[in-house]
Write a protein that binds this ligand. Sequence first.
Ligand code: NDP
Length: 318
Amino acid sequence: MKTLAFNNGDQLPIIGLGTWKSKPGQVYQAVLWALEAGYRHIDCAAIYNNQSEVGQAFTKAFSDGIVRREELFVTSKLWNSNHRLEDVEVGLKETLRDLRLDYLDLYLIHWPVSFKKGVEFAQNREEYYTYQDVPLEQTWEGMEACFANGLTKHIGVSNFNSSKLNEILKTCKVAPEMNQVEMHPFLPQDTLVKFCKEHGMLMTAYSPLGSGDRSSSIKKADEPSLLQHALIQELASKYACSAAQLLIAYHVARGIAVIPKSINQERIHENLAAGAIVIEANDMETLKNIDTKYRFIDGTFYTGPRSPYSLEDLWEKE
Ligand code: NDP
């Protein structure tokens, strides 16, 4: 399995397993199948509300000798309601308890959006903190403390644009080492990829297959399909692979980690096997010019009259 190197030499397996929307009753088996298949990178988050089952799968895999802790790369994310300095470590410790781990490999600020303590998903203005109430620099200071305490080996962010990253870079002691964002041929994120590269940050692509199993409340009825797109299908036939594998191999070719979610044993295997597909430069160029541009996770659930945030706080201007 190809890996990406952090600045200290630690290695991140380029393909990982996503766990958002994997229900507690399914995720235990999915993680075990993934570890048995050879996955060594699992992407988790407190808000996925399934970390204790993921943790049970880790414990089982360690005790059965499928994998050793030090061979596994585990990412998790700080939820929006734990952004105050005093709450960051509390959030991470809850995650460690649920995952039954002593440390994480990577901890990310999930979104540059802050909710009041105890709020799972803010519904009105009163449930949000603004950047004046809880500056991102304060949350980052909490992340740095978790790193210094050895609770996580690496720290980073998710859904941050270059302007928000610059705010952190101005005051940080430890620079973010990862930015996890939505990425696929419909949303190549060229500007952000260039920025992160220039600042020595790795990237991870989320929703690489178009996140088709999202609930209808955060999905548009007329959204385009990545898996069905004619060019993706055509290139998949050329490489004798599935459309999903082509979409995963696209990130491997760009040197970007990718975390497809699946709870199906066959697809879990299929997605990992995509690591062996090498897309030629001319086909990457063709993919660059694909006719559809689209963001699936559009962020509108954080904006509008009942929120202090706007889409400019989230997305990069292309
Ligand atoms: P994906 O783009 O990974 O798509 C998941 C869907 O694709 C599921 O319906 C899955 O079904 C299906 N699928 C998986 N493999 C295949 C295959 N080989 N062929 C056809 N269909 C397939 O969506 P996600 O949004 O879940 O993104 C992946 C991960 O990224 C998340 O699970 C999460 O870990 C992370 N993420 C992070 C975010 C952030 O804010 N940082 C936001 C969104 C995601 P099935 O399970 O039945 O196989």
